[in-house]
Design a binder for this molecule. Structure first.
Ligand SMILES: *Cc1c(COP(=O)(O)O)cnc(C)c1O
Length: 436
């Protein structure tokens, strides 16, 4: 009987009381750890694990955090990858999130002890970054900003047919607008719209004229658009606000992206409100940013729907730190010099070759992504591996997502922070080690 594994299975309470396991309970919660203990006990009963090895087996099976979301290395070359959580936060924004995660003065004026303006620091940072704006409001995302505008300004929304855009994953802006009860008054044709098309459509029920940046496609050939700078003077005196959804969230014009509209220029050109996402080219947390005329922003803030769309303290903290702190990762990736990318790729490939993994440096093409600058190709550099690497890299302890091209797995370095290069090398080595 001494050999019967069932008699030697350590008791659950005893395993949970072992100091490293108890520390894991404090970090991850009892249920998660208990499940790992029970799995290890079963392996002992099945004869696949020695009783003495239960504690190390439990510790090895536990996840790093209580969340199932894992940090992934983005080697796709798509800087703002929606499926990978869009913009990675800067270190300054991460610190701000951690600091604001507990009890914080998000809506309390510590000087007077009374209620303060929610997220005032983030709002002031937005106004400092975009001086043409009279006031600012932050909601859950740009779709929420559109829904709030359509609901609060309501009535009939005048919009060009060429701007009835599907953003991605079946999300169509006209469907969102119509779902609020607003009526769409479509003007122009798919390829052409004039200022007169807009002004002819105005009526007593017009709530706003809406311009949506067609961020993920371009129309070429016999085309004509009515820009904010032409529309604004034509609408002046009508009392109808001009609202521009600029999408990607550039604060100012970017020399590499001349076709991407920015908030400052859009407002200076006469838009009454400008809307954008926080987690695209702005490089911050998921958010919808509304900037513009103070009376209109106040109307949105007072609308009951705003309460359902407002953001959390951690979002406000991350947004403020993104605006005030050092340039966020997405902007560094956008501005990265190809020579610097080539040098990094050379170092990664050399480290892999030294470990016996065939790797070469090849030219690659990166993209902004997230629906921004659809035609714009950023010259980039990748490390090329055998095609068989793609799947195991995705499934590794530190998942890496690259792309497959021409029967090779390519790891593009533009969408990866330089500080992550060492982890990239380790992840590839780990996969190669399993094959040898
Ligand atoms: C991305 C995008 C949206 C949607 O933004 P979310 O922040 O994802 O809700 C809306 N409008 C335009 C023009 C966009 O590019």
């Amino acid at each position: 009987m001494t050999g019967d594994p069932r008699r030697s299975v350590p008791r659950t309470d005893a395993v949970l009381a072992e100091p490293p396991v108890a520390a894991a309970v404090a970090r991850l919660g009892r249920d998660l750890v208990k499940t790992a203990v029970q799995a290890a006990q079963q392996r002992v009963r099945d004869g696949g694990l020695a009783a003495a090895d239960v504690v190390p087996a439990v510790l090895a099976a536990l996840p790093g955090t209580a969340s199932s979301l894992r940090p992934v290395l983005n080697a796709t070359g798509v800087l703002v990858h929606t499926n990978l959580g869009r913009a990675p936060l800067s270190a300054a924004a991460v610190d701000a999130v951690v600091a604001a995660s507990g009890t914080t003065d998000v809506e309390l004026d510590l000087g007077t002890g009374r209620r303060g303006l929610r997220g005032e620091g983030a709002l002031t940072a937005l106004l400092d970054a975009v001086p043409a704006a009279g006031a600012a409001l932050v909601v859950n995302n740009c779709a929420a900003a559109l829904a709030l505008v359509a609901t609060a300004l309501g009535g009939e929304l005048v919009i060009a047919r060429g701007e009835l855009v599907e953003i991605g994953d079946g999300f169509r802006i006209p469907d969102l607008l119509a779902s609020t009860g607003a009526r769409l008054r479509e003007v122009g044709t798919t390829n052409r719209v004039s200022v007169a098309d807009y002004t002819d459509a105005l009526g007593p029920d017009t709530g706003a004229v809406l311009k949506v940046h067609p961020s993920n496609f371009v129309v070429r050939g016999f085309t004509r658009a009515a820009e904010v700078a032409e529309l604004a003077p034509a609408l002046a005196g009508t009392g109808v606000p001009l609202v521009a959804d600029v999408g990607s969230g550039l604060l100012r014009p970017h020399p590499l992206l001349p076709d991407e509209p920015d908030l400052q220029t859009t407002l200076a050109a006469g838009a009454d409100l400008a809307l954008c996402s926080g987690d695209k080219l702005l490089g911050g947390p998921q958010a919808g940013i509304v900037l513009g005329r103070a009376d209109l922003v106040q109307r949105l803030r007072r609308h009951p729907l705003y309460r359902a769309l407002r953001v959390d303290k951690t979002t406000l903290a991350a947004l403020e730190a993104t605006l005030r702190g050092p340039l966020p990762p997405v902007r560094r990736m956008l501005d990265a010099d190809p020579a610097e990318l080539r040098a990094r790729a050379g170092q990664v490939a050399a480290a892999l070759q030294a470990a016996g993994v065939p790797a070469t440096v090849v030219d690659s093409t990166a993209r902004v992504g997230g629906g921004g600058a659809p035609e714009f190709e950023l010259p980039s550099v990748a490390v090329a591996l055998d095609v068989r690497f793609a799947e195991p890299l995705r499934l590794g302890a530190r998942p890496v997502v690259g792309y497959v091209d021409d029967d090779r797995t390519l790891l593009d370095l533009r969408s990866l922070a330089p500080a992550d290069d060492a982890d990239l090398v380790r992840a590839v080595e780990e996969v190669a080690r399993r094959w040898t």
